[in-house]
Design a protein around this ligand. Sequence first.
Ligand SMILES: Nc1ncnc2c1ncn2[C@@H]1O[C@H](COP(=O)(O)OP(=O)(O)O)[C@@H](O)[C@H]1O
Ligand SMILES: [Mg+2]
Length: 362
Amino acid sequence: MPSLEEQFEQVFTEILISDSGPHLLEAEAVTDCIVNGESVAITLDLPPDDELRKDISGRIEVRLKKIPGISAVTIRMSDQTPQAPEGQAPPAPDAQPRPPQSPEKKTYLQNYEAVIAVGSGKGGVGKSTVAINLAVTLAKMGHRVSMFDSDIYGPSLPIMMGLRNTRPTMNDDSTIIPLYKHGLHVMSIGNVVEEASATIWRGPIVHQVIDQLLRDTQWPGGDFMVIDMPPGTGDAQLTLSQVLEITGAVIVSTPQDVALLDAIKSVSMFHKVEVPVIGMVENMSGFVCPNCNTETEIFDKGNAERASGQNNIPFLGRIPLETAIREGGDFGTPIAVSAEDSPTAEAFRKIAVRMIEEIERL
Ligand SMILES: Nc1ncnc2c1ncn2[C@@H]1O[C@H](COP(=O)(O)OP(=O)(O)O)[C@@H](O)[C@H]1O
Ligand SMILES: [Mg+2]
């Protein structure tokens, strides 16, 4: 039995935009697809041709309703969003109506001296690993630090902080008391939502969920709020950068060209939304052999440093590819906690110091 996601993909690949293709996914025409129980809400990005839109919407509806468990299909066009004021992303499309956006959005995290977004153009480059170790390092240096995992596509904070299946306590007024571990106040979408409770493809739904979680959490305030951003440079990231007053962004990249290109894209995205880029961290830079401690340059070490120089972005430092870093993540004790005297923990301290210098310069 194919998964729901596969069945959806099947439908989307079978529907062609014109007689000779491309299909909906090739054309990137499905910009949002949210399954909520038996209902599915779809946003389409199609040419402004009423006939075509009607035809495709009709075909999608008929086909999706044939999927067992799906009984209602709502389809809207991406350009049917109410016009947002200039310079702002359009509001997220909704599966359900929600109250108008409140103007005080940007005040959620005002009780922090600095709000740092840790971003990357690509997933799997170690963004969460760097974000968590950096946050823990800052706390060890005596700062008051909180961390928010906004990566709803792949929340990794619960596992990496040893907080899997831990639910936060709710106050009487339904506000959430953040969890506390390794010296950090933390909250992740993974601690409040069942794993895989909703099927989500790209798209700005991320904004709504994050917005609510940020608002409903009783953040204690302090020196730093570190945010693990979702990977990519799409709507979700743009919107997030706009609803939050972000002091600056730290970009994580591996030394490979592909990852770097994505990193550069994410730099230009932050520039576009006027979030200053604090600097770049090169992760998985050289492999440290656990047996003999020699370093092997698996990827071309130093690429991120060169690229940041070429793009006028401060280079904050590099973290090696090391088994203990992965194990720290898997077992819920970040290496900056479990091996405080290791060269890697020292590398995180240097990055933290460089980062603070850059924040002060901003
Ligand atoms: N420097 C590193 N050395 C070894 N493993 C790493 C390193 N950085 C990340 N990893 C591992 O790579 C995987 C992806 O890292 P993660 O931080 O989840 O990436 P992202 O948040 O960018 O998707 C995880 O299993 C993590 O433990
Ligand atoms: Mg991650």
